[in-house]
Ligand binder design. Structure first.
Ligand code: DC
Length: 232
């Protein structure tokens, strides 16, 4: 069967990654979490003193250091999901902290960062057979993707999901802080100049506020089957 490209975009913490990972596993496609890539650049900037005290990015210095940032994914047999590595070091846990979450939007708005990430994402997807999730996958990275999904859920539901996820991992979490962070990132993600978050005209929208993970998986599997039928 011919392989396709699947682009899953949407707001932060709306369950995109869970849906995308599960689908990739079921259909034997590669899964790429592009948020993890922007988070890795953010972690690198934090570790290398590339943020000023007011939270702004030292862009001239970061631009010079971009060549020192290597991001890769290695499939973890235990979890059945890929882990993120930054310059050869496992950073899966470090990139999910609230500190990284609150700095990442400033990194993701920088044009040279986006250019570098998009180029790497396009290389990863050149042979198709992948599920990629992010904000600009259906609009900028793979505008020709055969299946595009745009996921939404209310900010409250999304903050609760992120809160539960951090709790489960035993990481410190405060609901109000997370809620504020979700709303702030929504605003920045959809108002930035380069590749703002928006639904591609040909994307299928899914509001999953009141859906279980199993229901979402089933819905997505159906869309995948439909998209494959179209191209055979
Ligand atoms: O999906 P996430 O919350 O892990 O993404 C982290 C941040 O990265 C988010 O605030 C927006 C940004 N991002 C982006 O700008 N473009 C993407 N393709 C993926 C994420």
């Amino acid at each position: 069967m011919k392989k396709i490209t699947i682009a899953i975009d949407g707001f932060s913490s709306c369950g995109k990654s869970t849906m995308a990972k599960d689908l990739a596993k079921k259909i034997g496609y590669v899964y790429v979490d592009t948020g993890a890539m922007y988070r890795s650049v953010t972690l690198f900037a934090m570790q290398n003193n590339l943020f000023s005290k007011d939270g702004s990015v030292k862009t001239t210095e970061l631009e010079k250091r971009m060549k020192d940032i290597q991001i890769s994914f290695v499939f973890n047999n235990e979890t059945g999901r890929p882990d993120t590595y930054l310059n050869g070091e496992l950073v899966e846990k470090e990139i999910r902290t609230l500190e990284v979450s609150s700095h990442v939007s400033n990194i993701a708005t920088i044009p040279f960062v986006r250019e570098a990430m998009v180029a790497q994402q396009q290389r990863m997807g050149k042979d198709k057979g992948l599920v990629m999730d992010g904000r600009d996958i259906g609009t900028t990275v793979f505008p020709e993707a055969e299946l595009k999904i745009f996921v939404t859920a209310s900010p409250e539901v999304r903050a609760k999901r992120r809160f539960d996820e951090l709790n489960e991992k035993g990481m410190p979490a405060d609901f109000d802080d997370i809620f504020e962070n979700v709303k702030e990132r929504d605003y920045i993600d959809s108002h930035r100049e380069v590749s703002p978050l928006r639904k591609a005209n040909d994307a299928i929208e899914l509001d999953n506020s009141n859906m279980t993970i199993a229901e979402q998986s089933e819905w997505l599997m159906q869309k995948f089957t439909d998209a494959c039928k179209k191209i055979q």
